[in-house]
Design a protein around this ligand. Structure first.
Ligand code: OGA
Ligand code: MN
Length: 294
């Protein structure tokens, strides 16, 4: 059987059939997934019972892996997973649920804000692949916004105004929106802002998209309050309900999204009592989107 994809939202998101990602992929399967990602920007695979090693091997078909370092406040001793995986669970060491005031939990709560993964890195992520190893009985959906649709719906004057704008992105901005501001000196160093274009062009399809993220907290050359107010407006526009798809997780779903063309956020669940174990591999992007300052 070969890969088939059914679009499930008017502008994006495909559901994939006919593949077992534990097996080595045929070259034509790799091509079908790449083409599907370029077109649908989010792909959903059901019933993929995989180990971490199988997820990593599957991911490598599509590019080099971005190491999950410098993206959180979890130190090496506290990690449950190898550095090739980002831990999106509510679990600490020995699979214990985070205490309510655990600093790592409070930091991770910013995943409830719309964002694009690793937009705080000089070379931001291409794709994210998230595997559901344990899901809560209620809540914990992941929502996706089609940033091409958001761009396409802008009027011509706004498109012209945005065309050359560059934003500054940092984990400190997204966390700061929720009042998490007590960063150590070392964290401030690690999380120092990087520059990203506000409009991106997809390298294969040539489609433009708004490159927003809760990590974006400034526009280069703009007064801060004016930049923040405008970024809020743009975020409100880009996450209008007709541009959004909510994914209700089933155990062993694997979802891939293109961070260059979408934003996402996780929704609340009873994280004090239920386990949500989600593991992410991430594919490195090709290049910076903007010139950096030293
Ligand atoms: C992520 C993320 C959302 C979720 O994996 O990058 O933001 O549903 N996760 O856990
Ligand atoms: Mn994310």
């Amino acid at each position: 059987m070969s890969v088939s994809i059914r679009q499930i939202h008017p502008t994006f998101v495909g559901e994939v059939d006919g593949i077992d990602i534990r097996e080595p992929l045929d070259p034509e399967d790799v091509v079908a997934i790449e083409e599907g990602m370029d077109r649908y920007a989010v792909l959903i695979f059901h019933d993929q019972v995989i180990t971490d090693e199988q997820q990593i091997a599957f991911t490598r078909n599509f590019g080099a892996i971005e190491r999950a370092v410098g993206n959180s406040i979890t130190d090496c001793q506290g990690r449950r997973l190898t550095t090739e995986m980002a831990d999106l669970s509510n679990l600490a060491e020995q699979d214990r649920i985070f205490a309510r005031d655990d600093r790592r939990r409070l930091f991770d709560l910013a995943n409830r804000l719309w964002h694009s993964d690793s937009s705080f890195r000089v070379v931001p992520a291409k794709w994210s692949l998230l595997s559901a190893r344990a899901v809560p009985t209620k809540g914990g959906n992941t929502e996706f916004a089609d940033m091409r649709a958001g761009y396409d719906a802008l009027d011509a004057a706004t498109r012209t105004e945005l065309a050359e704008l560059v934003c500054e992105h940092s984990l400190m901005y997204s966390r700061g929106l929720l009042g998490f501001t007590d960063f150590t000196g070392e964290e401030r160093e690690t999380f120092s802002p990087v520059r990203q274009r506000l409009v991106r062009t997809h390298p294969v399809t040539g489609r433009k998209s708004l490159y927003l993220s809760s990590h974006a907290g400034a526009i280069v050359g703009w007064p801060m309050p004016e930049a923040r107010a405008y970024l809020r407006d743009l975020n409100e526009h880009a996450t209008r309900s007709d541009f959004v798809h909510a994914h209700e997780w089933r155990l062993h779903d694997l979802v891939i999204w293109d961070n260059r063309q979408t934003m996402h956020r996780v929704r609340r669940f009873d994280d004090a009592n239920e386990i949500r174990d989600m593991r992410r591999t991430t594919i490195l992007g090709d290049a910076p989107t903007a010139t950096q300052v030293a």
